[in-house]
Design a protein around this ligand. Structure first.
Ligand code: CO
Length: 136
């Protein structure tokens, strides 16, 4: 299949221990400001989105100890957590991953932050990168 399914880098997600400190650092150093901030209960995270052109830096911190991001921070420390690729149709892109034999975390698209529809692809079959497919 050669149709291009990825339309933009939606966001680069960075796991941090202290969301306020990370937001303040991006503001002080780069003048970046928060466009959207949201607690995503289903994922056990709070995120702050800093807009960069048509994409975002997504600063991410856990709100519960059982959050996957809490486990990530405990195991690997702060740093790059996942890449969000913008797609026109999340279900189509997710199916393309499955058709290629790829392992997915979300079997079907689900609600993401700021009203998006998302699905996560397991890093095991995507060269070590946790991928989030994001449909606006
Ligand atoms: Co994300």
């Amino acid at each position: 299949m050669s149709t291009e399914l990825l339309t933009e880098i939606d966001h680069v997600a960075i796991a941090v221990n202290d969301l306020d400190a990370a937001v303040a650092w991006y503001k002080e150093v780069f003048g970046a400001t928060v466009e959207h901030r949201e607690v995503v209960e289903s994922d056990g995270v709070e995120e702050a989105l800093l807009k960069v052109a048509e994409s975002y830096i997504q600063l991410l911190t856990p709100t519960t100890g059982s959050s996957p991001v809490a486990k990530y921070l405990a195991n690997k420390g702060e740093g790059l957590h996942h890449i969000g690729y913008r797609v026109a149709d999340c279900a189509v892109a997710l199916q393309a991953v499955k058709d290629s034999g790829g392992r997915v975390i979300d079997e079907v698209p689900r609600p993401g932050s700021r009203g998006t529809t998302v699905a996560f692809v397991h890093p095991k079959t995507s060269f070590g990168t946790l991928i989030e497919l994001v449909q606006e």
